[in-house]
Design a protein around this ligand. Structure first.
Ligand SMILES: *[C@@H]1O[C@H](CO)[C@@H](O)[C@H](O)[C@H]1NC(C)=O
Ligand SMILES: *[C@@H]1O[C@H](CO)[C@@H](O)[C@H](O)[C@H]1NC(C)=O
Ligand SMILES: *[C@@H]1O[C@H](CO)[C@@H](O)[C@H](O)[C@H]1NC(C)=O
Length: 139
């Protein structure tokens, strides 16, 4: 027979597993490096990989007055609240959202894009951030 405390311990493990407590959003600890004019991917991945297609997904640059770089809501990108400097230069990989992949493609990188970016799953209050370093191109 199981005594009281070990039964309690087992029950705690089962509760933890069924609630998926270890779910987390990850990006890159290494900075992402690009040259001005390049396109670049800023990684962001939900673990375990469950669909985020119907979530409100935000990419921001904390510290800017208008910090929203990309806003994805109700299955589509939203221009409202987007910093003008990023207009027509951002995209999520829409076919990857079902795999929990929230990575951002940033087109035609500018020197002023350098800095820290944060991806957010709004309803889960989860976020991860990554540093972008931009070098001058030789040409
Ligand atoms: C938009 O982002 C740029 C950096 O790319 C920043 O200099 C500018 O202040 C931001 N705009 C606003 C309204 O915050
Ligand atoms: C958006 O970017 C594409 C290139 O990726 C360009 O051909 C198009 O003219 C741009 N549209 C606007 C409104 O700036
Ligand atoms: C997310 O999707 C992009 C584009 O397909 C890919 O480059 C990247 O490796 C994916 N991330 C993960 C963690 O699979």
């Amino acid at each position: 027979m199981m005594n009281g405390p070990s039964f309690f311990f087992l029950a705690m493990i089962l509760i933890k597993q069924s609630h998926g407590v270890s779910s987390e959003l990850t990006s890159s600890h290494q900075p992402i490096v690009a040259l001005a004019g390049d396109d670049v991917i800023l990684p962001c991945q939900l673990q375990p990989a469950v669909s985020v297609s119907s979530e409100t997904l935000l990419w921001t640059r904390p510290g800017l007055d208008l910090k929203y770089i990309h806003v994805h809501r109700a299955g589509r990108p939203m221009l409202m609240n987007q910093n003008r400097s990023y207009y027509n230069r951002t995209a999520l990989f829409v076919d990857q959202l079902m795999n929990g992949n929230v990575s951002l493609k940033l087109f035609r990188v500018k020197l002023s894009d350098a800095g820290r970016y944060t991806c957010i799953i709004d309803s889960k209050k989860m976020e991860a951030s990554v540093q972008l370093i931009v070098g001058k191109s030789d040409s």
